[in-house]
Design a protein around this ligand. Structure first.
Ligand code: NAD
Ligand code: UDP
Length: 338
């Protein structure tokens, strides 16, 4: 290989597992903008290729993104894709309760075997690796807001356990790979994040309530709606992930990434009604088993170590998300009319 060839291949390469999902697609876009060659790997169980459409369009993406359909529970060798990775992101796992509970055994396998396969790949490639962990590792928290030092209160047997315990065990695998093999790991505990590119049938609260509001359909409130969450706009989250990846190798996390502004589900619904001008009414549905009562991140560690905090206020983020869903609804209605 001559010097020019070598230079051509010297661009930084990122592998994003779960790259066609909601967060994964935003991250791929950011990595391409930052000059990476990106491989997006996804089984497409909840992800969609349309999320990556503009990056897969050669004219715009300039061949900077390749898509590989693959289930991370199956071993793989990145060399078989004629590629290498300098940086690996593990986002592969359905995040919405209805989707991860639909195939709970596969969810657990995805968390464990996916993490193991990606850690082995990072080890072989000498790559830095990111784990998308979750606020769910805190379960039904007994302290508030949640700090990273809090060890959580998680059911091992309930319907959320496949995800919560899977993610807890994945964190353990990451730290053992660092201790045993010296792999450079970065673990973020992500709190509820929302934005464009969520599926309209994703099942999570922000997408459900926005789509229902735009259709003037009843908006589903589970339980009394007094349970709280803290919602982070996706651009803020992606900035946090990139900041984390740039920290010195001695900083591994786990670090909370989320918006510390806590709201009840009812307050969220009221904001969405106000912002959409919807005529929807609220309907009560049973609260799902083990639904956490309160959740809010303490982000002091992220502020101190990453110099990061969310910038997008909830109303602004909701406006952008509503505008995106409104466009999807308009194209859907146009297709129905044709
Ligand atoms: P998502 O469901 O939109 O994306 C997950 C992606 O992973 C999808 O594209 C899906 O097809 C893919 N996937 C699932 N199982 C796979 C498998 N076995 N092999 C290959 N691909 C597989 O969810 P998201 O919101 O984009 O979440 C991305 C990651 O971030 C997940 O790991 C999730 O646990 C984590 N996370 C997200 C949030 C949030 O609020 N969005 C909060 C905490 C953690
Ligand atoms: N929720 C709701 N209506 C919906 C979907 C969800 O009231 O249509 C509630 C759900 O019970 C939970 C909160 O909203 O208390 C957040 O749910 P989501 O599935 O978005 O995320 P998670 O429970 O994983 O934090």
């Amino acid at each position: 290989m001559d010097g020019v060839e070598r230079n051509k291949h010297a661009r930084r390469r990122a592998l994003v597992a779960g790259g066609a999902g909601f967060l994964g697609a935003h991250l791929c876009r950011r990595l391409v903008e930052d000059g990476y060659d990106v491989i997006a790997m996804d089984s497409l169980v909840t992800g969609r290729l349309s999320n990556l459409a503009e990056l897969l369009d050669d004219a715009i993406g300039e061949h900077r993104l390749r898509f590989v359909r693959h289930d991370v529970t199956e071993p793989f060798d990145i060399a078989s894709f004629d590629a290498r990775a300098d940086i690996v992101f593990n986002l592969a796992c359905c995040a919405s309760p209805i989707h991860y509970q639909a195939q709970p055994v596969h969810t657990l396998k995805t968390c464990l075997e996916g993490a193991l396969n990606l850690l082995q790949l990072a080890h072989r490639n000498g790559a830095r690796i990111f784990q998308a962990s979750t606020s769910e590792v805190y379960g039904e928290p007994e302290t508030h807001p949640q700090k990273e030092a809090y060890r959580g209160a998680v059911s091992t047997t309930g319907p959320r356990a496949c995800y919560d315990e899977g993610k807890r065990c994945a964190e353990t695998l990451f730290f053992d790979y660092r201790r045993q093999h010296g792999v450079q790991i970065k673990v973020a505990r992500i709190f509820n994040t929302y934005g464009p590119f969520m599926r309209e049938d994703d099942g999570r609260v922000v997408s459900n309530l926005i789509v229902q509001a735009l259709r003037d359909e009843p908006m589903t409130i589970y339980g009394e709606g007094l349970q709280t969450r803290s919602f982070c706009y996706v651009d803020d989250l992606v900035n946090g992930i990139m900041r984390l990846m740039d920290t010195p190798s001695t900083f591994t996390g786990p670090v909370n990434l989320g918006n510390p502004v806590e709201v009840t589900v009812l307050e969220l619904a009221e904001r969405i009604i106000a912002l959409t001008g919807s005529r929807s009414r609220l309907v009560r549905k049973p609260i799902p088993t083990d639904d956490p009562t309160r959740r809010c991140p303490d982000i002091s560690l992220a502020r101190a170590q990453l110099g990061w905090e969310p910038r997008v206020a909830l109303d602004d983020g909701l406006r952008r998300t509503i505008a995106w869903f409104a466009m999807q609804e308009a194209s859907r209605n146009a297709r129905v009319r044709e």
